[in-house]
Design a protein around this ligand. Structure first.
Ligand SMILES: [Zn+2]
Length: 115
């Protein structure tokens, strides 16, 4: 299983490395796990809408990833269908996804124009 410190794949001020497509895609997946798992209490878990990317015997796994908050405040992402532990994330607490989804804002501040 991979252990990830997200700060290795972010800029110093916590943004995606958008000019490095491979690291960007990897970090985007990590950020989703942080967003789902950051607010969990220790020993809690929840299902995500992140698809398992394993291909056992050449066929895509049908599972969705689950995140677990571990006793040492890490986030473990695993798939219950193919029984794979994909990644353990530590040092995530100061990333911008740590407190879950962004708060709703009025459309004028971020959305498309509404007519
Ligand atoms: Zn799977």
């Amino acid at each position: 299983m991979l252990t990830v410190d997200p700060w290795h794949w972010l800029t110093e001020d916590g943004h995606f490395l958008v000019d490095k497509p491979l690291l960007y895609r990897r970090m985007l997946r990590i950020a989703r796990f942080i967003e789902y798992g950051g607010e969990l209490q220790k020993h809690e878990t929840r299902e995500t809408l992140v698809e398992c990317r394993r291909r056992p015997k050449g066929k895509p796994c049908s599972g969705l990833m689950w995140v677990v908050k571990t006793a040492d405040d890490g986030i473990l992402a695993h798939c219950m269908v193919c029984k794979t532990e994909e990644v353990f994330i530590h040092n995530w607490q100061k990333t911008e996804w740590a407190e879950g989804m962004m708060e709703p804002v009025p459309v004028e501040m971020g959305g498309p124009a509404v007519h």
